[in-house]
Design a protein around this ligand. Structure first.
Ligand code: ADP
Ligand code: MG
Length: 604
């Protein structure tokens, strides 16, 4: 019979096609295409089909010849990356309150001019106001005052309350309004200014004020002003309630958005850590409470914005409310980002310290079954969900000539670094950690200030050279290469990426040495750290030293320097590490797909 193992990854969908006779597989061909959509969602089907077709064509077969398709039971994790400066962000034109009082009142967004509730009787018919209610005024009094003003034709569109009275006030109002309560420093709220108040439903997060264009809509901002409110909107992401107040230019003392704290809830312990303590301290904290239940950021801070943004992206992708999205692992790295100097006249940039994070959340397991069912209907071929991804990867890796049990693998993909270990008896234990190839690309992109990921991805994958004359280049290792034909004039005197298709000049005027440094640092910070972290976690003793052999699989193992870096780092733990060569011919690719076929032959 003909069987296809198909591995849907974050980045690639790989196929292993085999003819199985008497439980013995004869591998015919492989396929690889970029994954369509987010791993574990319906959109994957197109990629699965394309990957399968590619393998079938190579083998001279068609879909009708296939008897069985086995999909990976996708690791129930997806990863995302985010980056935030850890120095405080200074805002001048606006002030904001973004916090998560336990019980704000009302729902929706209200806009108006801030007014102390004691002055409410002075508002005229038709005025749009946001009332400020200090501690001295209780909910019975304040709600009565609001009802009276509304009856007189004043549009009371929202309230900012010092006490924890949001719900109590709202219950007594004839016209419901969004109410943000528990605002301790109510005296600091400027009066007579245009303000917007937003409250989301329980379990949801604000949408208008966490979006710079939402704020722009509320306050009629032009595009320059909109740019200025970006840090505000970011810091409000993930809050259930928020207030933004627009103050006249130059009027306000600086308002700072603090770097903020990260709260890590472990299964048994919990801890918190300041983001500006840096990546190393954050990772220590993560390690000290692992395994992790969830990670959250302090509301209204850069840390809060960063983590809640990740949660929101995941929530959108998986169609689950943000409250159901649990961050299971975090990789923090110290980095720096070029920042425009405030008040600069010529677009001056300075380098600001920042923390980049890769986060991973649990995704819905059932979706794989749904994909299998749909695929079966569409192709008319039996489709089943095979074993756990890491188990399959180990089986595949064991086809590397010279490998044997016990062994550990490192599967270095795009979104996560997975490790698994198999002992002599064949028991497998595995773990998924946040941070892999995408994180490296993001670090290169942000540190060198590129707009999108295309050039950074190439910088990651290929070595560089400097074009010194029309007829020679100097490689990054210092060697010089001469040509008999002149080089493309567009590359002259430029730093170029040596892609297989030819030389690609790098925009901007970064020095070659610096790009190399950034690239290598990024790889170290992500992969060496994760290799050690993950092996510690799968080692039966908790000590990486007790592992003897490691093979590396996954797309990032194709990198021209990552495997070497890891081999070096692991040699200090007396671990022998090397790149896998699946079935003796696939290199580090196709481990999971191959494993899916092998597991079938072994009757699993
Ligand atoms: P997944 O299992 O998550 O789909 P893959 O195993 O396909 O991931 O690995 C994808 C990652 O491998 C990406 O981050 C990509 O940049 C990286 N990658 C692919 N080819 C190369 C290469 N030649 N050199 C370095 N990195 C590579
Ligand atoms: Mg993979």
């Amino acid at each position: 019979m003909i069987i296809a193992g198909i591995d849907i990854g974050n980045a690639s969908t790989e196929t292993a096609l085999a003819r199985v006779t008497d439980s013995t597989p004869e591998f015919l061909a492989s396929g690889i295409v970029p994954t369509t959509g987010i791993k574990g969602t319906r959109q994957n089907i197109h990629g699965v089909f394309a990957s399968l077709k590619q393998a079938l064509e190579k083998a001279g077969l068609s879909v009708e010849d296939v008897d069985l398709i086995r999909l990976n039971e996708a690791a129930p994790v997806i990863g995302d990356v985010a980056m935030e400066t850890i120095t405080e962000t200074i805002i001048t034109e606006s002030t904001m309150i973004g916090h998560n009082p336990s019980t704000p009142g009302g729902l929706g967004t209200g806009v108006g001019t801030t007014i102390n509730i004691r002055e409410l009787n002075k508002a005229s018919k038709g005025d749009a106001v946001i009332v400020i209610i200090p501690r001295e005024i209780d909910f019975d009094t304040s709600s009565a005052m609001i009802n009276k003003a509304v009856a007189a034709g004043v549009h009371v569109n929202g309230a900012i309350v010092q006490r924890d009275d949001g719900v109590l006030i709202n219950n007594r109002l004839e016209h419901k309004i969004p109410i943000v309560d528990e605002v301790g420093l109510i005296d600091k709220v400027p009066l007579g200014m245009r303000a917007a108040v937003e409250v989301a439903e329980p379990g949801r997060v604000v949408e208008q004020l966490s979006n710079p264009y939402g704020i722009a809509t509320v306050f009629d901002l032009n595009s320059d002003e909109t740019k200025q409110v970006v840090p505000i909107s970011r810091a409000l992401i993930g809050n259930r309630s928020a207030v933004v107040i627009k103050t006249p230019a130059g009027d306000v003392k600086e308002r700072k958005i603090p770097a903020g704290k990260i709260f890590i809830q472990g299964e048994h312990k919990k801890t918190e850590i300041n983001v500006d303590d840096g990546a190393e301290k954050i990772m220590e904290a993560i390690r000290s409470v692992a395994p992790i239940d969830d990670v959250t950021g302090e509301p209204g801070t850069n840390a809060g914005g960063m983590l809640e943004k990740v949660r929101q992206v995941m929530s959108n992708l998986t169609n689950q409310p943000p409250a159901n999205i649990k961050i299971q692992d975090l990789l923090a790295v110290d980095t720096f980002v070029p920042q425009k100097v405030q008040g600069g006249v010529a677009e001056e940039f300075s380098m600001e310290n920042a923390v980049g994070i890769a986060a991973m959340v649990k995704a819905d397991k059932l979706q794989m079954t749904m994909i299998a069912e749909e695929l079966q209907k569409e192709l008319g071929v039996k489709v089943e969900v095979g074993g756990v991804e890491a188990d399959m990867a180990i089986r595949g890796a064991l086809t590397t000539p010279g490998s044997n049990k016990p062994m550990a693998i490192l599967d270095m993909g795009a979104g996560s670094t997975d490790a698994a270990i198999i002992n002599r008896a064949g028991d497998i234990h595995s773990i998924h950690l946040a941070g892999a190839g995408n994180m490296v690309t993001m670090l290169i992109q942000s540190e060198l200030g590129f707009e999108d990921a295309a050039i950074p991805e190439d910088i990651k994958r290929y070595p560089l050279a400097h074009v010194e004359s029309m007829y020679h280049i100097r490689h990054e290792d210092g060697s010089v290469q001469f040509f008999s034909e002149p080089v493309d004039p567009r590359t002259f005197a430029r730093v170029v990426i040596l892609k297989p298709e030819g030389m690609v000049p790098i925009p901007g005027n970064h020095k070659m040495e610096r790009i190399v440094q950034v690239r290598q640092d990024a790889k170290q910070k992500v992969f060496v750290v994760n290799a050690i972290r993950s092996l510690e976690r799968v080692s039966p003793t908790g000590n990486a030293r007790d592992i003897e052999f490691v093979t590396m699989v996954g797309g990032s193992s194709l990198d021209f320097e990552i495997p070497q870096m890891i081999t070096d780092a692991l040699s200090r733990y007396s671990i022998v590490a090397g790149r896998a060569n699946i079935r003796g011919c696939e290199g580090p690719r196709n481990a999971v797909a191959t494993g899916l076929v092998l597991a079938y032959c072994e009757g699993e």
